[in-house]
Design a protein around this ligand. Structure first.
Ligand SMILES: Cc1cc2nc3c(=O)[nH]c(=O)nc-3n(C[C@H](O)[C@H](O)[C@H](O)COP(=O)(O)O)c2cc1C
Length: 335
């Protein structure tokens, strides 16, 4: 039987969770990954202040559908009062968990004192978390952050302890500093140090792309759960691979036909969940289509063509052409 981890009463299979990714891991993406075995999903980050001032996009961003559960809604902000009010509003959508983003590196967020800027202000980070915990009542509150602001100020373990003291139910650590953004490598040593510093569950994030790197993350850091972000681009199968292994089941990777079928289903899901016209929604689908083609013969040219797609029919034709190309290439290789 697979192990579990308990986050404030929410019991998760100890396999792999889908990381929050603004502009990527939207509802369609989360549904696909959950279906393929991600044990937990997190929404794209939502501005706490934005929620308090207007509810125009709130419903779209905070709605939690059954297929995505267990799911957290992630908030970012730099003021405890707005955070508390936003939590109160988000609770109407009944998320399983509320997560607070203290790791986002982008200037637009950091310049407001939110995201990873909070790693430079432990007192404010604690006050924000405390306000959220109080407002959330029985719903667990978790916090996601990085190893530190820069390589001279790695303070994840100290930060984690302070966050634990506010009543947070778990934390997620991405082993890069803010200054690294997404370059270089994620440091598993920092995640290990955080794990030794706190008693609440620790979720490890950074550079997990397959079963081997997932097992490595569990073994090297002792973390309670592994989270996968970019490794799931065009690859919900990564969750099936990990889930199968933990269930002691045989896993066979998808062939090109299955990959293209899943790509088309992902596109159909994007189109069906979007309120935009097919052409506009296809703009959203383009990058996903391109990712499903990664790593194959001739994929660079086809990925370029994905970025021109403006209808579902075109995507079907492109996938057929791509499959044919792979078969032709494989036959030539055998000769
Ligand atoms: C495009 C993109 C968007 C992201 N958006 C968020 C976000 O909204 N909230 C968050 O906490 N982390 C966000 N992250 C960070 C990821 O959750 C994750 O911690 C990071 O990418 C490292 O994991 P990976 O190597 O598995 O991708 C984002 C990452 C990427 C690449």
């Amino acid at each position: 039987m697979t192990d579990t981890v308990n986050i404030g009463g929410v019991v998760l299979k100890k396999t792999a969770a889908l990381a929050p990714m603004a502009g990527v891991a939207d509802r369609a993406y989360r549904l696909m990954c959950r279906e393929y075995g991600a044990c937990y999903t997190v929404s794209e980050m939502v501005s706490a202040k934005g929620i308090c001032y207007s509810d125009r996009k709130t419903a779209e961003l905070c709605t939690v559908t059954d297929g995505e559960r267990p799911m957290a809604v992630q908030l970012f902000g730099s003021e405890p009062e707005f955070m508390a009010e936003a939590v109160d509003i988000v609770l109407r959508y009944e998320p399983d968990i509320i997560d607070i983003n203290m790791g986002c590196p982008v200037p637009k967020v950091v310049n407001t004192g939110a995201g990873s800027a909070l790693m430079k202000n432990i007192d404010l980070a604690s006050a924000i978390t405390e306000a959220a915990v109080k407002a959330a009542g029985k719903t667990p509150v978790t916090v996601k952050f990085r190893s530190g602001w820069n390589s001279d100020t790695i303070n994840a373990a100290e930060f984690a302890k302070a966050i634990e003291n506010t009543g947070a139910a778990a934390i997620t650590v991405h082993g890069r500093t803010r200054d690294q953004f997404y370059s270089g490598t994620s440091d598993p040593g920092v995640i290990k140090a955080v794990k030794s510093a706190v008693k609440i569950p620790v979720i490890g994030s950074g550079d997990v792309t397959d079963l081997l790197s997932c097992i490595k993350m569990y073994e090297e850091t002792g973390c309670d759960l592994v989270m996968i972000g970019r490794g799931s681009y065009g690859n919900p199968f990564v969750f099936r691979e990990i889930d199968s292994w933990f269930n002691g089941e045989q896993y066979s990777p998808p062939d090109i036909e299955e990959k293209m079928q899943v790509m088309l289903r992902h596109i159909r899901l994007i189109l069906s969940l979007s309120e935009k016209s097919e052409e506009m929604a296809m703009h959203e689908a383009r990058k996903h289509a391109a990712w499903y083609m990664n790593g194959y013969y001739g994929s660079a040219k086809f990925r370029g063509r994905c970025y021109q797609l403006s209808s579902y029919e075109e995507a079907v034709r492109l996938s057929e052409e791509f499959i044919e190309l792979q078969h032709r290439h494989n036959t030539q290789k055998k000769r």
